[in-house]
Write a protein that binds this ligand. Structure first.
Ligand code: APR
Length: 229
């Protein structure tokens, strides 16, 4: 295939790097439902708990290693003769550490920090504390640069343009349960774009083609097919 490829990835892409997925982790973290920790209300209510949750995820993400699927996507982006848009719901940087460029993190990045007062962004320390002053405005309003439930995902305009520019839409390792990401496949179909799902278990969304298997197996195999043309 020759045209641009839009790739949406979810937690299943990083599962074999040891980063738990949301639903398989029965959504619990230290007896808190993830949905109850990853929200602006939770941060207002108990900022220490939320910072602790993300310090733990930041540590795990830093210790994780890219797997063969991350590396295959970076190879595809380097060698394909048209744009490869890497849009991810994941907050780890395993794609970047595999050599991928311009990765679009629509739910933010756990390695980054954000000032809720002045919107300054910087690379977060390994352990963020509630009282950390913002390096720019000095106010103790720092938070992980994560899009929480109920907040607007990042880069939606760029994502829309990328879908419209693509000839193939590929969903990798996502349950397709959280909007707006879950609606991207439908948008692609409405535009007449071919859709492919690569997942451990096929989701019930109407993809043109669905392949089941571990990402570290089926993503490199698919990339090789594409690059062989
Ligand atoms: N290889 C491929 N796919 C896998 C693997 C694997 N080794 N392991 C799990 N999966 C698939 C599962 O089949 C499932 O479809 O990964 C998906 C994980 O789904 P979720 O846990 O719902 O994760 P995700 O789809 O990324 O969640 C989307 O929800 O909780 C919010 O903001 C959070 O970004 C997250 C969003």
């Amino acid at each position: 295939m020759t045209g641009a490829i839009f790739i949406l990835s979810g937690a299943g892409l990083s599962a074999e790097s040891g980063l738990r997925t949301f639903r398989a982790a029965d959504g619990l973290w230290e007896d808190h439902r993830v949905e109850d920790v990853a929200t602006p209300e939770a941060f207002q209510r108990d900022p220490k708990l939320v910072q602790r949750f993300y310090n733990e995820r930041r540590r795990q993400a830093a210790e994780a290693q890219p797997n063969a699927a991350h590396k295959a996507l970076a190879k595809l982006q380097k060698n394909h003769n048209a744009p490869v848009y890497l849009v991810t719901q994941n907050v780890d940087d395993l794609l970047e550490r595999s050599g991928a460029e311009q990765v679009i993190h629509m739910h933010g990045a756990v390695k980054d920090a954000l000032c809720a007062a002045c919107a300054h962004r910087w690379t977060a320390p390994r352990e963020m504390q509630v009282a950390d002053p913002c390096p720019s405005c000095g106010q103790p309003k720092t938070r992980p640069d994560i899009v929480w439930f109920g907040e607007i995902p990042y880069h939606m305009d760029v994502i829309q343009d990328a879908i419209e520019d693509s000839d193939l839409f590929v969903s990798i390792g996502t349950s397709g349960t959280v909007y707006p990401a879950a609606g991207f496949g439908q948008m692609a179909r409405h535009l007449g774009i071919k859709t492919l799902e690569l997942n451990l278990e096929a989701s019930n969304a109407p993809f043109d083609v669905q392949r089941e298997g571990k990402a570290s197996d089926i993503v490199p195999a698919w990339v090789d097919e594409i690059l062989r043309g």
